[in-house]
Design a binder for this molecule. Sequence first.
Ligand SMILES: [Zn+2]
Length: 259
Amino acid sequence: MNETPLLPTELLEEMTWPEVEARIAGGWTTVVVAAGAIEQHGPHLPLLVDAARGDRLALEVARRLGKALVAPTIRVGCSDHHLDFPGTLSLRPDTFRAVCIDYAASLARHGFRTLCFVPSHGGNFAPLAGMLDALRDAAGPGCEVRAYTDLHGFVALWEKAVRETAPELAERVGGHADIAESSEMLCIRPELVRREDAVAGFVAPFDDAVADRIFRDGFRALTPNGVLGDARGMSRSIGERCIARAAEGVAAALVAQGS
Ligand SMILES: [Zn+2]
């Protein structure tokens, strides 16, 4: 599917400074920053899910945008609502904001002209939406900041992907450690998926009422095992479609912000 060779890379952190300089001079002035999490993902997935998915999503989005590099994923995000589960790390909103602002200032200084922030974790969407003015101030004139901030829209991309691949399993999309996210991990880090430990979580459409409850009361109050949805039936084919639909949807939204 992808013609892009492994090298030269799009990954900023794998490049040398002369390589970065040459890319920017050659018109590679867009950079994608994923904002992930290190947090519980039920009994069957490791804590790094949103960080690993962020790496992949940013790369897929960058390839669809064209002439775009990928900055290192912000691996820890705003996960207060998952802190009832052992192992979860969480940045305070002010810390997360400061990290994003410093990314923006650094990248803009080198000549990137379009900075695209892409959350791969639900708790980062609202904080990102709330810091856009500050990010634009940090980037300065001549550098545009875009962000994908539609959490429900993102879950809808997953629902669409699962419906296309396995319609009978579409109601197992719940938004967290569900069939979509678990299937993505079968494509990204299959050795870390404990398939035999997958069980149903709180199974319901991810709507405003569910979102309000998890951010107000915490995840554990709603779902004792930490899952929203159900991962059973996960497969690589579902995962590939979820990755593709998510990247297409996010890239299209970022392009639209520039017009
Ligand atoms: Zn996740």
